[in-house]
Design a protein around this ligand. Structure first.
Ligand code: HRO
Length: 312
C-alpha cells in the first residue's frame, strides 16, 4: 500500500507532518523533523518579534492527551523565515515547508503576510486564526465579521498558497457560517482543528490545576479531542469548494486515527500531542500502522477511501 499524497501539485511520500507548536520552535527541532519520516514540517506560529510566552508549567501531558497555555512563545518571524529560505537553498528539491503566522492583531498578521509575499519563500503559509491561549485576545475564527475582514484584506495582496488553522466549532450554524465565509476566498486548505480551548485538568492528589497560566485553563489536545476533530474535518469537507483541501489535526495517535481522518476527507494529517509524547519516531509507527490497516482492507492507495465515510 502506498501512502503517497498529492497536495498543491506536489506528491509527498505520506500525508503526515507535525502540528504547529509541537517540535518546531527552533532550528534543532525543525532539522530533526525534516530528517524524520514526517513528509514535511510546519514552523511554530510566529509573531513579528520574539516572545517568551506564558510562565511555566504551561504544557502538561496527561494520560488521554495534553493541556497547554503556551502564550505563543516563539523566536520571532524573521527567525523562521530565515530557516525556511535557507532550507530552500540547501535542499532545492525538498518537500515544500509550511510557515505559520499568528499575529496579535489584524495589522500584525497583514505585516507578516506581506513580508512572506515579498520573500523568496516558495512553500505554504498557514494563518493561525485560533490561538486559544493568549489571555484577553478573542479567537479571530470565533468572530465571523473579523474572519471575513481579515481574509478580505489578506487576499488583496497575498498570491502565494495560503491555508487557515481553525479552532473547533460545535454548532451546525457555525459550520455553515464559517464555510460560507471561507468559500469566498482562494484558500488552498483549512486545517481542522486547533486545540479545544480552555479546558481544565486537575491533579486530584494535589487538589490542584497542572499549568500555571490562566488558573490552569488551557487548550486540550490528544485523545480527548478526536471526535471533535473528525466532526470538523467532515463538516468542512462536505461544505467547502473542492479546491479548498482539509488538513486533519487532533487526536491522531495511531494508524487507525489517521485512517478515520482520511475517511472524513482530510488530505494532509498533523500530529501534535502524540509527537510531543513520543518524539519523531511516532511517524514511523503511525505510517506502519496505517499501511497495515490499508492492506488488511485491500486498499493500495489513500484515494480509494479518502472522504468515503459511510452514513447509516
Ligand atoms: O499557546 C499557544 O502558543 C498555542 N496553543 C495552542 O494550543 N494553539 C495555538 O494555536 C497556540 Cl498559538
Amino acid at each position: 500500500a502506498s501512502l503517497a499524497t498529492t497536495f498543491l501539485n506536489h506528491t509527498y511520500e505520506n500525508p503526515f507532518m507535525n502540528a504547529s507548536g509541537v517540535h518546531c520552535k527552533d532550528t534543532k527541532e525543525l532539522n530533526e523533523l525534516d530528517n524524520s519520516k514526517s513528509s514535511t514540517f510546519i514552523t511554530k506560529s510566529s509573531t513579528s518579534l520574539k516572545r517568551e510566552g506564558n510562565p511555566e508549567p504551561r504544557y502538561f501531558s496527561v494520560p488521554l492527551g495534553s493541556i497547554n497555555s503556551m502564550g505563543l512563545p516563539n523566536e520571532g518571524f524573521n527567525y523562521y523565515l530565515k530557516y525556511v529560505i535557507d532550507r530552500q537553498q540547501r535542499m532545492p528539491k525538498g518537500n515544500p515547508a509550511f510557515f505559520s503566522v499568528a499575529g496579535m492583531s489584524v495589522d500584525e498578521n497583514l505585516k507578516m503576510l506581506k513580508a512572506v509575499q515579498d520573500s523568496d519563500f516558495n512553500g505554504v503559509t498557514e494563518l493561525n486564526l485560533s490561538c486559544p491561549n493568549v489571555p484577553g485576545k478573542p479567537q479571530v475564527a470565533y468572530d465571523f465579521d473579523l474572519l471575513g475582514e481579515i481574509l478580505q484584506k489578506v487576499f488583496e495582496f497575498f498570491t502565494k498558497p495560503l491555508g487557515v488553522k481553525l479552532p473547533p466549532y460545535f454548532d451546525f450554524a457555525h459550520f455553515d457560517t464559517a464555510a460560507s465565509i471561507l468559500n469566498r476566498f482562494p484558500l488552498v486548505y483549512v486545517n481542522c482543528i486547533n486545540s479545544i480551548g480552555n479546558g481544565l485538568y486537575i491533579d486530584i492528589e494535589k487538589e490542584s490545576v497542572v499549568i500555571k497560566p490562566k488558573n490552569g485553563f488551557g487548550g486540550l489536545g490528544g485523545e480527548y479531542i478526536k471526535p471533535t476533530a473528525l466532526a470538523n474535518v467532515r463538516a468542512f469537507y462536505t461544505r467547502l469548494n473542492p479546491s479548498i483541501k482539509i488538513i486533519g489535526t487532533g487526536g491522531i495517535r495511531t494508524g487507525g486515527d489517521a485512517f478515520e481522518h482520511l475517511l472524513c476527507g482530510a488530505t494532509m494529517l498533523q500530529v501534535g500531542t502524540e509527537l510531543y509524547k513520543e518524539g519523531v519516531s511516532v511517524f514511523d509507527r503511525i505510517e506502519r500502522e496505517l499501511k497495515e490497516i490499508m492492506e488488511k482492507k485491500g486498499y493500495t492507495s489513500i484515494e480509494q477511501f479518502r472522504g468515503k465515510l459511510r452514513t447509516l
